[in-house]
Design a protein around this ligand. Structure first.
Ligand SMILES: [Zn+2]
Length: 465
């Protein structure tokens, strides 16, 4: 009996490396199934001519030889010939170069010794489990003749930075030494539309509609400031998507940026379009140009408990009834304190009862104050972003114990910090002076979104709140 795997591979000649088996299998599932059937037949009765049993495979792999009947004669003939095997595997979790080579049938000690040192192969396994196949051509002595692999992207690669297809090629030179090289090809970006009816879990609905997982993750993230899509969708809701797909020789090989999306849930329509400003930084906005990302955090210490609210109270130090001008948050000394929004540091230093204090002015006439700090992390005049560390909480100034005193001023007047959200803009505004560019850039996306959603009329402007 001839080993089935060998029969399968023995007569195959690698003609041209492209992207491996996954794509041809997806595109020709019936052929692939028939091919597997053919191989099974062969393994039980090797008297078939391979070229007759096996239907034509995709052009990348060609059937190059046929067998005669008689396993014995055949084996003897094979042993004499200069036989090459094509082996395909994929990088697994916690794989090593050695394990990968073993699965590919590379046993030649010299090759293994050289390749375990190869930085490209080491980088290939370092990324972890991958879908893209690694393919090797190996001879009967376990010597590697050639190896081809797609180099994966690091997990956190920006969706706009995925447009280069990098492949690793290892080739045996005439003297038997192995040479490895990287080649790069630019991918062609295309736009894909998807309409996703929600029947059950979000991720299932997306994958059933052929939306790549990486695009689904971007969708969840884009709407995260408004809603948790994984929990809040119901049967009957609708999602429409516009996203970039990078192609190689006309084949979809790598999903890119989610460009526009809408979620229709129980009568409420939420829409998002991607827009990158002149500074190259992009974000999702409503079609009306309001950022989906929250511009203001709820608290300078997320999750901290309020120990004293805003308003009239008996002062804990003086004992007199007076105005508490902010709120106090319980915080151990050294707890990081973050600016609740982007702004400019107006004051950073010691000021009477406040102790170490940071005051920040924000666009729109707002000001915030962070007092009793143990340490200050910013300088006057410095610009800060939302969530940026301004200092650490402490017990300096007039304070009865470690806490953060936090104030919120609107147009020069004190306001309740716990009602901050009712004063401040909901989403990050468009970069200054980019309104016209935004509407021009997103007009196409809005039309594509309408098309994806199956609407003919122009997309109406939707409120996201
Ligand atoms: Zn206070």
């Amino acid at each position: 009996m001839v080993d089935a795997r060998r029969v399968k591979t023995v007569a195959l000649r690698l003609q041209q490396w492209s992207t491996g088996l996954a794509q041809p299998l997806r595109r020709h599932p019936r052929r692939a199934a028939a091919a597997v059937g053919g191989v099974l037949l062969l393994s039980s009765a090797a008297a078939f001519a391979l070229s007759e049993v096996q239907p034509p495979l995709p052009p990348r792999v060609m059937v190059a030889a046929a067998f005669d009947a008689g396993v014995q004669a055949q084996s003897a003939a094979l042993a004499d010939a200069d036989m090459h095997y094509v082996q395909t595997t994929a990088v697994r979790r916690q794989d090593t170069v050695q394990q990968l080579l073993r699965r590919l049938g590379v046993t030649d000690p010299a090759a293994v010794r050289q390749l375990v040192q190869d930085p490209h192969l080491r980088a290939l396994v370092a990324v972890g489990a991958q879908a893209e196949p690694v393919r090797a051509v190996v001879n009967t002595q376990g010597e590697l003749l050639q190896l081809d692999a797609v180099l994966p992207l690091p997990a956190d690669t920006d969706p706009d930075a995925v447009a280069v297809w990098r492949t690793l090629q290892v080739r045996a030179a005439a003297d038997g030494t192995l040479q490895s090289a990287i080649s790069e090809r630019p991918l062609q970006p295309r736009t894909r539309l998807a309409n996703v009816p929600v029947r059950g879990a979000l991720l299932t609905a997306l994958s059933q509609s052929g939306v790549p997982a990486a695009v689904g993750q971007q969708l969840v993230k884009a709407f995260a400031p408004q809603m948790d899509l994984r929990r809040s969708l119901r049967k009957g809701d609708q999602i429409a998507l516009v996203y970039a797909m990078h192609t190689l020789d006309g084949r979809d090989v790598r999903p890119g940026r989610l460009l526009a999306a809408e979620v229709q849930t129980r009568g409420t329509l939420r829409q998002a379009v991607w827009f990158a400003g002149a500074d190259g930084k992009g974000a999702y906005y409503t079609p009306a140009g309001q950022g989906l990302e929250k511009a203001w955090a709820n608290s300078p210490i997320p999750g901290a408990k309020v120990t004293s609210p805003f308003g009239m109270r008996l002062h804990p130090v003086s004992g007199r009834r007076e105005m508490h001008e902010g709120v106090d948050f319980a915080a151990h000394i050294g707890t990081p304190v973050a600016s609740v929004a982007e702004g400019r540091v107006k004051f950073a230093g010691v000021q009477s009862g406040y102790g170490n204090v940071v005051k920040i002015v924000h666009p729109g006439g707002f000001e915030t104050v962070y007092a009793h700090l143990s340490r200050i992390a910013v300088r006057p005049g410095q610009t800060v972003s939302e969530g940026q560390l301004v200092g650490h909480s402490g017990n300096t100034g007039t304070s009865t114990g470690p806490h953060l005193h936090f104030e919120f001023h609107v147009a020069g007047r004190l306001a309740d910090p716990l009602r901050m959200a009712s004063y401040v803009p909901q989403g990050k505004p468009l970069p200054p002076g980019e309104k016209a560019a935004f509407f021009a850039a997103t007009a196409v996306l809005r039309n594509q979104l309408a098309q994806a959603a199956g609407r003919d009329e122009p997309t109406r402007l939707a409120r996201v709140d």
